[in-house]
Structures are given as structure tokens and as C-alpha cells.
Design a binder for this molecule. Structure first.
Ligand SMILES: NC(=O)c1ccc[n+]([C@@H]2O[C@H](COP(=O)([O-])OP(=O)(O)OC[C@H]3O[C@@H](n4cnc5c(N)ncnc54)[C@H](O)[C@@H]3O)[C@@H](O)[C@H]2O)c1
Length: 505
């Protein structure tokens, strides 16, 4: 039997309860998949208004020729707002998208239990509540699961299918197959705080906010480095201004609280102050950035042109930055090779090495400069550099000149441990490894979720393999040494993987 065979029937009735932002989007997805759909909302008149809003959206798709008028008419013929919960009696699947409160969800599902038939699947779209707790009050909790759609539901492919402690495997299988039949990309995950995406994505925001708190650089520069070097589509500052600082912080806080204040998930004080000051992002006109009409976007700090070095010595293997050597040669800069080390030296004695969780100032050499990690040094358009406090001005200038000769913009940041991209990616990899080890989801589903749910340029587990577990572990160990709160302590899963890699050598 294929996965699609096991989903609810194409003609099966889908009920959507709570017809705000998410409910409308989910209803549209179910309609597009050919189901009859009923809408119910506790606020009088709201389900009818939601049906009108869906009709408007379908009309826009017809205008853009993405839907025919006949398809639109057929879809609207299958859509019915109802005023009474009892009208959902024939449903094969109920998707709940009401307000994010445990009591309200429990009361709703308790009421639904005596309305729908035993074969009906019950799904909550909760982002942050425990699916186990929502189901905890039911007579038959086995058919309740999480179906976590992302906003906007008609456009976002990812759906997290969440199995609560009591959810029957067959119910999760049917929900997974249904989401797949709807053209979505379903992934399975356990009922743990944040599920997959909202758990593993935390350091993407938190590390940049910490780098800002440590005065490594301003938001525009940190965003530019994460985009142009890290390969992320948006930087964390601009992205949270779009999401809403209040919404993003609430997710961070809820995951942190649900994990009993685990220091790996600690929220950011700088973001707390932003929220407290009412600077919630684009929707309030101000967040990390000023979004008022006449305000321009601040430019990232970018170094002025500097002379490139006449030659470069490569010492040993640069690990994840080895690709730089070929680029230096292609730029016409002569390269000599020395057997021992993991760094470059320039003719003036400057020692250049990849960010590894220590600072350039930690080096015993005065003329030391760190460069940040890049997703791919060939395609990166910007690289961050940080110099030791004792480095002569010429050292930094020759390091800048080297990266400029490779066609990169250079942002000089303060000499903080792990720089910007290196600390962020090391944490993402570790969170993903830890989540696999704790049974949150399979490695494949974790990478799929991060690629499709938040558009990461690479799945964190694949990224970890490309970097090598030993580099990730050592970077985190160094960060942990610099900041021994427990936040950066590498997970047991990462330590095991790095040890296995060492034994294979
Ligand atoms: N907005 C997002 O980006 C997003 C993404 C994923 C998941 N979610 C989750 O989806 C759910 C809905 O979020 P939203 O943003 O669509 O909210 P919303 O405020 O836009 O809509 C909620 C709707 O539920 C109705 N409602 C409230 N209590 C009800 C009840 N007891 N019975 C029936 N209807 C009731 C309200 O009248 C309202 O129309 C929440 O659990 C939220 O955490 C939201």
C-alpha cells in the first residue's frame, strides 16, 4: 500500500475549526486537494467571512491564471461555513486552528469527541503546546495528533506531523499520507517543545543576537555576513523584523520554558528590550531596523580597498576552509605549502586562520587574524574578519586585501569567540544531532524540515557532515571554554559522532 492510499479519501469531509490566518490557509489547501470543507469559528459570522476571504483568494489565482474559473467554482461549491459544531458530524478529519491556549483546545476537542465518528482524525495546528497535553483530556486520545502547517499554508510546503504520547501510529500514518496527498512535504516528529523547526532554528536567531550583545557588529553587518557568507536567505535581524519580535521571542521563551530553562535555549536580553519597548518589527514600523517610509536601510560595514599580499603560505590543511587555497591560486597569488599547521601566513608575518571558537587574541602570535566560516568560499560574496587586539594595522589590511583579491567584500567584526557564521552553524549542527539522538525526528526529516520550513541553504546534518563533526565539536568546546554556562557544551550525540570520525581516520 502506498502512503497516499492510506490518507483520508479524496472525497472525505475536512472540517477546519478556527478560521483566522491559519484556518483559512489550511482550508484552501484541503479544497485544492478536492475535499469538501466545512468551516467553523466560535466568533459569530467569522466562518462566513473566512469563506469570503478564501473566495477572494481563489479569484486572485484565477486572475493570475493559476486556476481556471471552473476549478474555482467547483472548489467554492465544496466550501461551507457552518454555525454549529454539530454540523461537523460527518468529518473524516478535523484540523483545529483556534487560539493558542491549552484549555480552549482541550474543551474544543472534548466537545468534538461526541460529535464526530470514531474513524475521524483529530489534528491540532498548535505551534507551541504539547500535543500530548491537548489529547490528555480525551476519551480516545489515540486519534489526535499535531499537523503543524507553516504560514502561509497554501504556499509553505512543510507540515510537521506530531505524534503525542498517546497518538496511534496508524493515525500519524494517515495524517502523513493525507498531507502528502495534498502536495505538502510532511515530516514526522515527536511531541517535543518546538517540534523540529522551532527547536533547531533557535540558535540562528540567538547566536546573532548574542554577537550583537557582545558588540561584534551592528545588525546590518551581521545580517549581511549570514546572508552573503552563510548562504541564508535572510539574516536573523531582518527576518525577525518580518516575523514580529514579539512572535519570535514568544516562541523562544516557550521552548526555553518547556525545556526547563536549558541554557542552550536561553532567550536574548537585547530582543527582550526590543519587545518591551514596543519595537516589534515591520508591523510597528520599528524593530532592529527603522521601517518608516523615509528611513533607508543601513549598509553593512564594508572595508575599503586594500593591497593584496604578494604571496601566501598554506600551512597544513585548512579543514572546512581548504577550498580557499584554489581560489587564491586562481586569483594569481603565488601559494607555497608548508606541512604543519592549519593556517595561512602572509609575507608580513600575518597569521590567518578559520574561526574555531577561540579568538584571534587567544593566539600566541600578535599578528593574528581570524576569518569566518562560509557556506562555500567560491560563491560567498562577503567574508568577516577579526583581528587580535595586538595585531598591527598592516596585518588586518593585508588580510582584507587577500579576500578582496578573491572578489569578496570584507566586514571587519570585533574579535568575539566563534565570530558570526561559525558559531551559528556549529550550534545548528549540534542542535540537529542532539534532536536525532533524542528521537525528535529522523535525520532525513530534520534536514528536509530545515530546508523547506525555513529555507536553510543546507540541512544542518548534511552541513555538519561537510564540515566534519570534529570541527563542530572543537569549535563548540572552545566556545564553551570562553562561555562556560552550558550553552555551548557539545551534545553527547556530537561527541560520539566526532569520536567515530576520529576512529575511522
Ligand atoms: N499564525 C501563524 O504563523 C501560525 C503558524 C503555525 C501555527 N499557528 C497556530 O495556529 C493556531 C491559529 O493561529 P492563527 O494565527 O490562525 O490565529 P488567528 O487569531 O488568526 O485565528 C484564530 C481563530 O480561532 C477562533 N477561535 C478562538 N477560539 C475558538 C474556539 N474555542 N472555537 C472555535 N474558534 C475559535 C477565533 O475567532 C479566530 O478566528 C494557533 O494554535 C497558532 O499557534 C499559527
Amino acid at each position: 500500500m502506498t502512503a497516499i492510499d492510506r490518507g483520508i479519501d479524496r472525497g472525505g469531509l475536512v472540517a477546519v475549526v478556527g478560521t483566522g490566518t491559519m484556518g483559512q490557509g489550511i482550508a484552501q489547501v484541503a479544497l485544492a486537494a478536492g475535499h469538501p470543507v466545512r468551516l467553523y469559528d466560535a466568533a459569530p459570522g467569522r466562518a462566513s467571512r473566512a469563506a469570503d476571504a478564501i473566495a477572494d483568494r481563489l479569484a486572485r489565482l484565477v486572475a493570475k491564471e493559476r486556476l481556471t474559473a471552473a476549478e474555482r467554482d467547483a472548489a467554492l461549491g465544496r466550501l461551507a461555513p457552518v454555525a454549529d459544531l454539530a454540523d461537523l458530524a460527518g468529518a473524516d478529519l478535523v484540523v483545529e486552528a483556534i487560539l493558542e491556549e491549552l484549555d480552549a483546545k482541550q474543551q474544543l476537542f472534548t466537545a468534538l469527541e461526541s460529535v464526530v465518528s470514531d474513524g475521524c482524525l483529530l489534528a491540532t495546528n498548535t505551534s507551541s503546546l504539547s500535543v500530548t497535553a491537548v489529547a490528555g483530556v480525551l476519551r480516545r486520545p489515540g486519534r489526535l495528533l499535531g499537523l503543524h502547517f507553516f504560514n502561509p499554508a497554501p504556499l509553505m510546503p512543510l507540515v510537521e506531523v506530531v505524534r503525542g504520547a498517546a497518538t496511534e501510529e496508524s493515525a500519524a500514518d494517515r495524517a502523513h499520507a493525507t498531507a502528502a496527498a495534498w502536495g505538502k512535504t510532511p515530516v514526522r516528529c515527536a511531541d517535543t517543545p518546538g517540534f523540529i523547526v522551532n527547536r533547531i532554528a533557535r540558535p540562528f536567531y540567538a547566536e546573532a543576537f548574542r554577537a550583537y550583545e557582545e558588540r561584534a557588529a551592528d545588525p546590518a553587518t551581521l545580517d549581511a555576513v549570514l546572508r552573503e557568507s552563510g548562504g541564508f536567505r535572510m539574516g536573523p535581524f531582518e527576518l525577525t523584523d518580518l516575523i514580529g519580535q514579539d512572535v519570535n521571542e514568544a516562541v523562544t521563551r516557550s521552548v526555553w520554558e518547556a525545556l526547563f530553562h536549558d541554557p542552550k535555549f536561553t532567550p536574548s536580553l537585547a530582543q527582550r528590550q526590543l519587545v518591551a519597548s514596543g519595537r516589534h518589527g515591520r508591523k510597528t514600523g520599528h524593530g532592529w531596523y527603522d521601517h518608516s517610509e523615509d528611513a533607508g536601510r543601513p549598509a553593512p560595514h564594508t572595508a575599503e580597498p586594500c593591497e593584496p599580499p604578494g604571496k601566501v603560505a598554506v600551512h597544513g590543511d585548512l579543514g572546512p576552509a581548504q577550498g580557499l587555497v584554489g581560489l587564491i591560486e586562481e586569483a594569481g597569488i603565488p601559494v607555497t605549502r608548508e606541512p604543519v599547521g592549519a593556517h595561512l601566513t602572509l609575507p608580513d608575518g600575518t597569521r590567518l586562520s578559520l574561526a574555531d571558537g577561540t579568538t584571534a587574541t587567544d593566539d600566541p602570535f600578535a599578528a593574528s587574524v581570524r576569518f569566518d566560516l562560509a557556506l562555500d568560499y567560491r560563491t560567498a560574496t562577503r567574508v568577516a574578519l577579526a583581528a587580535s587586539v595586538a595585531a598591527p594595522e598592516e596585518s588586518l589590511r593585508s588580510a582584507i586585501g587577500l579576500f578582496q583579491a578573491l572578489g569578496k567584500e570584507v566586514s571587519v567584526v570585533q574579535d568575539v569567540p566563534g565570530m558570526v557564521v561559525a558559531r551559528t552553524v556549529a550550534m545548528l549542527v549540534d542542535f540537529a544531532e542532539d534532536a536525532v539522538a533524542r528521537g525528535v525526528a529522523s535525520p532525513e526529516d530534520i534536514d528536509t524540515a530545515m530546508l523547506t520550513g525555513v529555507n536553510y541553504p543546507r540541512g544542518p546534518l548534511a552541513w555538519g557532515r561537510a564540515l566534519g563533526a570534529r570541527w563542530v565539536r572543537d569549535t563548540l568546546r572552545n566556545l564553551h571554554h570562553a562561555c562556560p554556562t552550558g550553552r555551548y557544551a557539545p551534545s553527547q550525540a556530537l561527541i560520539r559522532r566526532a569520536a567515530a570520525d576520529e576512529k575511522l581516520l
